[in-house]
Write a protein that binds this ligand. Structure first.
Ligand code: GLY
Length: 564
């Protein structure tokens, strides 16, 4: 049942990817004062302009978030949600959770047909939409940690929406490849497909309804989106189209601050995302399992290194899918999952040579303890030493496909990140349990994992990625390429990656891994497939060292690193 939308996701992402650059060949972008790495160049420039005008990294993060909602409709949004991880120059850290929530009318089995099969409703159309969190999240970040005014930071997005911007090659292709989805909804078809005539490369895309929505938000604050005219438009269109979100859902939505997860790896301090992200637990658990294996002695790109990566990934995903969920609803057993004895037992279960079949790996906690994309990422560092990592999303590319008539913004299909039917795979093939089942007001478990790494107490890496379930493994591999294999940030990003998520029992690989290495991995027992989509996430990262800000943009996508 879920194959058709997954093919949609694959085709969109494939068109955005370009061939991988040769590994070990590229310098990062160097800057002295401030840097922004984002998946869309115009929005990256908006961030740099904010930094140059005296704004801090949080200000730039807010402006880039709104700009991407205009210039990167694939994933940038005001109709979705995400996470912002902040580390201020004075050492304070915070995690702003603006993940969407299930509306009040949501029910456990809302996406099952009378025979108990999962329908497409969690992916396409009005019923797929979670209560959006982006606008409240950016407001909270700015109010507590920014310096500029809300309206000033919305101004570039308003300008881009009303005056328009030239359509890039990848954006043009992306619209073509998503025509089946966007054509189903009249406003999406009109705005993004020129009513079926399609935009050409370099043609200007103007979005006047979105400009007016952003202007109202600039005048009235985030309240406009949740209680003002925008909220009324959204709620009445929901009612008209059998969607679930009401004015009450919108009025009640709040972004929340959470304490980031922290851990250590070989002298580096890792600051990362707590639930409802599963990513931070994953990064810390996988690093801890690797620590002590000496896997790095086999060198980057070796079959042994990939073997160990695959085995820690397999073990983490078995736990992730069983235990983790919205911390406001379930008791995430984070301490137990990171407990040294548990980690050691998981590490010891790794055969140094052979793959462990996934059927032999189960979620590993004792029962008593256990009771208890597409997406976009940008990283920013400013002159004062503040760093910000933001991953936010509509879930699948262009989300549910719905553009709100009269308001001009796309809506997410984040409800598919829940386990619509515990035990059945979602868009990303994740087979998840009751901890992530649907309930009113609950946030779906996410793989988004904005992360900051400190060296000697100072920001060293700022990174994150889009890419659904592959985000966590991609972010970890880039970190390891820097920390364990000494690569510069661009090479660390460019190097080919692998991904394993326990189920299906398959090692996905990117192009660029040598045939000899693949043969050795097959001999070790891996079921190997070229990754589909061909790219394993797209990591946007900053490395800070020796007084230089080094921006690594992922050439698997079409954004840029921009600094000064
Ligand atoms: N929507 C993808 C994720 O949050 O993991």
């Amino acid at each position: 049942m879920k194959n058709a939308p997954f093919v949609r996701f694959l085709s969109i992402t494939l068109t955005l990817s370009i061939s991988l650059p040769a590994a070990y060949a590229h310098d990062p972008v160097y800057a002295r004062k401030g840097i922004v790495v984002a998946q869309e160049p115009v929005a990256a420039d908006v961030g740099v302009a904010v930094l140059k005008s005296g704004g801090n990294a949080v200000d730039a993060g807010v402006a880039v978030g709104f700009a991407l909602a205009v210039t990167h409709p694939f994933a940038g949004n005001i109709g979705g949600g995400g996470f912002m991880l902040i580390r201020l120059a004075d050492g304070r850290t915070t995690f702003i959770d603006f993940r969407e929530k299930a509306p009040h009318q949501a029910t456990h089995d809302m996406y099952l047909d009378p025979s108990g099969n999962v329908t497409h409703d969690s992916l396409i159309g009005w019923r797929a939409v979670g209560v959006p969190g982006t606008v409240r999240g950016l407001e909270l970040a700015l109010k507590k940690y920014g310096t500029k005014s809300w309206s000033e930071l919305l101004a570039p997005a308003i300008h881009l929406a009303s005056s328009g911007f030239p359509i890039s090659y990848s954006q043009m292709r992306s619209f073509h490849n998503t025509a089946d989805l966007l054509s189903q909804f009249p406003d999406s078809k009109r705005i993004f497909l020129k009513d079926g005539a399609f935009y050409d490369w370099n043609e200007t895309l103007q979005q006047p309804e979105l400009a007016r929505t952003l202007e109202r938000m600039a005048r009235n604050g985030a309240k406009e989106f949740y209680e003002g005219e925008t909220a009324r438009i959204l709620a009445s269109q929901m009612e008209k189209n059998a969607g679930l979100i009401t004015l009450e859902d919108l009025r009640e939505y709040q972004a929340v601050e959470r304490k980031p997860l922290e851990g250590d790896y070989k002298g580096y301090r890792i600051i990362t995302s707590p639930p409802p992200s599963s990513g931070g637990v994953g990064i810390l658990q996988m690093l801890a399992m690797l620590d002590g294996t000496s896997y790095e002695k086999s060198k980057a790109g070796s079959a042994t290194a990939y073997h160990y990566l695959a085995e820690v990934m397999r073990r983490f995903y078995a736990d992730r899918n069983e235990y983790l969920g919205d911390p406001d609803f379930v008791k995430d057993p984070i301490t137990a999952l990171l407990e040294p004895g548990y980690i050691k037992a998981r590490r010891d279960s790794i055969d140094p040579v052979l793959a462990t079949p996934s059927e032999q790996i189960n979620p590993g906690l004792p029962a008593a303890v256990a009771e208890g994309s597409d997406t976009t990422h940008y990283s920013i560092a400013d002159e004062q030493g503040n760093v910000v990592a933001v991953t936010y999303t509509l879930n699948a590319g262009y989300g549910s496909g719905v553009t709100v008539p009269g308001a001009g913004f796309l809506l997410n299909d984040e409800m598919d990140d829940f386990a619509a039917k515990p035990g059945a795979p979602n868009l990303f093939g994740l087979v998840q349990g009751e901890a992530n089942s649907i309930a009113p007001g609950r946030r779906p478990l996410s793989s988004m994992v904005p992360t900051i790494v400190l060296k000697d107490g100072k920001p060293f890496l700022v990174l994150g990625a889009p890419g659904g379930s592959r985000i966590i493994t991609a972010v970890m591999q880039v970190m390891l390429n820097v920390i364990d294999f000494g690569m510069n940030i661009q090479d660390a990003i460019d190097s080919p990656r692998v991904h394993h998520q326990w189920k299906p029992d398959r090692l996905d690989i990117e192009r660029g891994i040598s045939p000899d290495t693949i043969a050795l991995l097959k001999k070790a027992g891996y079921n190997i497939e070229e990754a589909k989509p061909a790219v394993i996430a797209r990591v946007e990262a900053i490395l800070i060292s020796d007084g230089w800000l080094q921006g690594g943009h992922d050439d698997r996508g079409s954004g840029k690193a921009a600094g000064y």
